[in-house]
Design a protein around this ligand. Structure first.
Ligand SMILES: NC(=O)C1=CN([C@@H]2O[C@H](COP(=O)(O)OP(=O)(O)OC[C@H]3O[C@@H](n4cnc5c(N)ncnc54)[C@H](O)[C@@H]3O)[C@@H](O)[C@H]2O)C=CC1
Ligand SMILES: O=C(O)C(=O)Cc1ccc(O)cc1
Length: 289
């Protein structure tokens, strides 16, 4: 019997619980979340077996999965370094940035407790346990950042998520944070900025945003994500995101200059390049790469 303790039972934590419940292993799933409705909902659904608090129940767990906001994960890693744990426990997380998380795990690792950084590259702009589902992570990339875990611990964690058919990808924390800044963190800033800027420009227009077609809506879907979660992500990867925004602003100025000077070749080249790359992404997805 394997005992798993998940702290943070929102979209990601509850979806991880749902996937693990389908695994072949005999599991006891302990869940920690300050939200009473969330915990009761997951107990009623049979998704968790028992509601606990992280620090009280930590010594019962074979695997501890931290799935709260990044700021909470960082605090919890420091707290876990001061409580009694099973000697072979694996502590892991799902946070959207990794450098600060790996640094926060150092005290735990110094106590010979295994930690492995993790990040599933699937989710939604929705939050909370009701939005969670067992197919949320199907075929997604799942980043792992090696800490002090053994190969056997990595394999037993991967086996718990086998039904999701994940693309396991091991990277360093710095590689992870640069890559994910490009494909997730900066796009979130841009989506929110598109919405805020359009709303500001259209504030006196009686039709305004209500006329938006699918393009505006699909480009900005993620602007409806949880502001508190995204503030924690921004703060945890601030230098990388800020540097990439500088590059982004430089690129924006180049296309602005091309539009202003009516440079049709440069404008067309700009769109041709993006179209080819974007179509390749769809092509790769459809082939399950
Ligand atoms: N939303 C997404 O699409 C993805 C999010 N992530 C990461 O997963 C983590 C969770 O995100 P979501 O599930 O989307 O957020 P969520 O808002 O749906 O869930 C977070 C949960 O953590 C709980 N929580 C807050 N403080 C806590 C504490 N002190 N102790 C225990 N639980 C606490 C909340 O009550 C809530 O149920 C974040 O670190 C996020 O960066 C990773 C991949 C995708
Ligand atoms: O809603 C979407 O499409 C996302 O991009 C979800 C997401 C949010 C945060 C992550 O760290 C990873 C994935």
């Amino acid at each position: 019997m394997t005992t798993i303790l998940i702290s943070g039972l929102g979209l990601i934590g509850s979806s991880m619980a749902r996937v693990m419940k389908q695994s072949a292993a005999e599991l006891t799933l302990l869940g920690d979340d300050p939200n009473d409705d969330t915990a009761q909902f997951l107990l009623d659904q049979g998704i968790i077996d028992e509601r606990v608090t992280l620090l009280d129940a930590a010594n019962r767990a074979d695997i501890i999965l931290l799935a709260g906001p990044v700021s909470v994960i960082i605090k919890q890693l420091k707290q876990l370094a001061n409580v009694l744990l099973k000697p072979n426990v694996l502590v892991t997380d799902v946070g959207s940035s990794k450098t600060q998380v790996m640094a926060a795990a150092k005290d735990l690792e110094n106590r010979q407790i295994a930690f492995m950084g993790g990040h599933p590259m699937a989710g939604s702009h929705q939050t909370g346990a009701h939005a969670g589902r067992k197919h949320l992570f199907d075929h997604a990339t799942y980043f792992l950042v090696n800490g002090t875990q053994t190969t056997a611990q990595t394999k037993s964690f991967q086996a718990l998520l086998a039904t999701a058919d994940l693309r396991w990808t091991t990277v360093s924390a710095a590689e992870h944070d640069a890559l994910v800044s490009s494909i997730s963190h900066v796009p979130h800033v841009l989506a929110a900025n598109l919405v805020n800027t359009a709303a500001q420009q259209l504030r006196h227009d009686p039709v305004g945003l209500s006329a938006a077609a699918g393009g505006f809506k699909s480009t900005t879907r993620i602007a409806a994500s949880d502001p508190r979660m995204w503030t924690a992500i921004m703060l945890s990867n601030a230098d990388v995101i800020s540097d990439q925004l500088t590059t982004y602003i430089d690129q924006l100025k180049l296309i602005q200059a091309a539009i202003k000077s009516r440079d049709a070749d440069q404008i067309r080249h700009f769109f041709e390049r993006a179209k080819a790359i974007r179509e390749q992404l769809d092509h790769d997805d459809s082939r399950g790469k």
